[in-house]
Design a protein around this ligand. Structure first.
Ligand SMILES: Cc1cc2nc3c(=O)[nH]c(=O)nc-3n(C[C@H](O)[C@H](O)[C@H](O)COP(=O)(O)OP(=O)(O)OC[C@H]3O[C@@H](n4cnc5c(N)ncnc54)[C@H](O)[C@@H]3O)c2cc1C
Length: 420
């Protein structure tokens, strides 16, 4: 049992941090007198995997945001876990202190779960000219920008400029990129074609991928099925194509192609939060902090890194766990459990999680995925995708409204309301 008052601070109420907090609530009886504080710059948990549905009018933004306080016991106002909305500005690892815009928080144990930011890989012009997809504001901004482009195209008299406005280029052929390309094609070619018949013939949806196939890291059959499906939805897929630079009117590729577009969406990669990059610890090539099997930083006892910032090897391999919500959730639960074990005088337990598989949404009645080692596609995968996301989406209200939104899109159309 804990004998003295210990302070645990969890940074980030995303997938990793929130599940760590929930685990501490579950273990609260075993940890009397332990203070747990969860910190985030937003007072809501964002269900990022459905963000592209917001961007393409399939789901209302509020349905994928859930107030953190309503998830925690006692509204996050009193133990077992207290929530504080504030922006983390820096860490003083020597003094074991977190500096935020509202207060300084001392800790004995720290769980760092601030996630990742968009990685522009130093490509000239990219950051200034592309649309990112990471926050709820990005999702809403992208939705508005698609609609705004169609409205502006009606007034445009030069056909070159009209084409630039109506060409939507998605860079990155991973799961997020193909899901976005698919829902974008449905939005542009089904919903908006009806509303803007005079300019709709100019519209293009282009998916650019640096590798020679889609869904890199998953089984090659999934990439091939996805390619077929995207072509059916009139998505132009360009493989083996690297972006060299971007301007307000398009991208230049390394092989000299110019793709004119005023709507380039970058889902080409992420890098750990800048505060993770500032932590003086050994890092992997992708910038993630190398943690030991218990998710602790070897040179910083008491500091646990989880989720997108953690580079943890899968047991018996030299492959790191992928940066996914599934991984972050498991890491959150494990890190909390390990801190509890250490405080109670037991040895920590190495992180070991069998990846359950992937599901990729590819439009109406169709998804592809790998489940328990088998490739699945079509109708069964589509219903597994919807079922899985509804089960994991936080809050009954959100689940209910999302079902209604999905049913409405299925039978009618995606939302074309420009949001402020
Ligand atoms: C568009 C998109 C689609 C995705 N789709 C899928 C999918 O289908 N399946 C899947 O498994 N994974 C998906 N992912 C990846 C998944 O979202 C991440 O791997 C997961 O969110 C990582 O969890 P995390 O806890 O590390 O960080 P996050 O969930 O990103 O949480 C980080 C938290 O830290 C907070 N924060 C950041 N900086 C500060 C600061 N300075 N001060 C205070 N708070 C701060 C943020 O507000 C956020 O709440 C997707 C990612 C994106 C961008």
């Amino acid at each position: 049992m804990a004998t003295q008052k210990k302070r645990i601070v969890i940074l980030g109420a995303g997938f990793g941090g929130l599940f760590a907090a929930v685990e501490f609530e579950r273990l609260a009886r075993l940890l009397p007198g332990v203070e747990v504080t969860l910190v985030d710059s937003n007072n809501y948990h964002l269900f990022v995997p459905l963000l592209y549905h917001v961007a393409t009018g399939g789901i209302e933004p509020g349905n994928i945001c859930f107030p953190v306080r309503s998830i925690l016991k006692n509204g996050g106002a009193a133990p077992p876990v207290v929530f504080r909305e504030c922006q983390v500005q820096s860490l003083d690892l020597e003094k074991k202190r977190v500096i935020t815009d509202r207060a300084e928080l001392d800790y004995d144990y720290l769980i760092f779960a601030l996630g990742s930011t968009t990685n522009y890989y130093g490509i000239p012009g990219l950051e200034q000219n592309i649309v990112p997809l990471k926050t709820i504001a990005d999702g809403v901004a992208m939705h508005n920008r698609i609609l705004e482009s169609f409205e502006a195209a009606l007034f445009e008299t030069e056909s070159q400029k009209q084409r630039e406005l109506l060409t939507f280029v998605i860079v990155g052929g991973g799961a997020t990129g193909v899901e976005l390309a698919c829902t974008m094609a449905l939005f542009v070619f089904k919903t908006l074609e009806r509303d803007f018949p005079t300019v709709a013939s100019q519209a293009r949806v282009v998916l650019v991928e640096a590798g020679d196939g889609l869904l890199h890291g998953m089984r090659s059959e999934l990439g091939q099925l996805t390619l077929k499906r995207l072509k059916r939805y009139r998505v132009e897929v360009i493989l083996n194509c690297r972006v060299a630079s971007a301007t307000a009117t398009g991208i230049q590729t390394k092989d000299g192609q110019l793709i004119p577009s005023r709507n380039v969406i970058w889902v080409g990669g992420v890098k750990p939060d800048p505060l993770a990059q500032a932590i003086p610890a050994e890092k992997a090539r992708d910038g993630r902090i190398i943690v030991d099997p218990n998710l602790e930083v070897p040179s910083l006892p008491g500091v646990y890194i989880i989720g997108d910032c953690a580079y943890a090897l899968q047991p018996g391999t030299s492959i790191a766990y992928p940066q996914t919500a599934q991984t972050a959730v498991r890491m959150g639960t494990y890190a909390a459990g390990n801190i509890a074990r250490v405080m109670m005088g037991y040895p920590a337990c190495p992180f070991d999680y069998k990846y359950k598989g992937d599901l990729v949404f590819l439009g109406r009645n169709y998804a592809v995925g790998e489940f328990l080692g088998r490739v699945i596609s079509g109708f069964p995968a589509f219903y597994m995708y919807q079922g899985y996301h509804l089960v994991t989406l936080t809050g009954f209200r959100n689940k209910l409204i999302t079902v209604i939104d999905w049913a409405y899109d299925y039978f009618y159309r995606q939302s074309t309301v420009k949001l402020r």
